[in-house]
Design a protein around this ligand. Structure first.
Ligand SMILES: [Zn+2]
Length: 105
């Protein structure tokens, strides 16, 4: 899986741009090459919200298995780190914000 490219200049977004965007509640991304602004698509937002909340399923499982609380917290922490660094940057999609394109003269 590859990171998304800019639709205008074909430059690939940087991993850090996307993970930072996800970390700061889906902050818009600006292409470092052509300056086009991108915002996350509604479906990507929905998918990431689902993935962020999915981890709560560990709670009934942890109770049943009598897992210790520090262990469960560690698992949740690792899940979020993996989600934000390895998974979401590769599956979320951004769409160009046409109203934000500055006309070049
Ligand atoms: Zn660009």
């Amino acid at each position: 899986m590859r990171l998304q490219k800019c639709g205008q200049c074909n430059k690939r977004f940087k991993w850090a741009q996307i993970s930072k965007s996800l970390l700061f509640s889906y902050k818009p991304i600006t292409c470092s090459h052509c300056g086009a602004d991108y915002k996350i698509t509604f479906s990507s937002r929905t998918i990431s919200a689902i993935l962020f909340t999915l981890i709560v399923l560990i709670v009934p499982f942890a109770r049943e298995q009598e897992l210790s609380i520090p262990f469960v917290i560690l698992v949740i922490f690792i899940y979020y780190v993996l989600l934000l660094s390895m998974i979401l940057p590769y599956i979320v999609k951004y769409e160009i914000q046409h109203s934000m394109i500055k006309s070049k003269r």
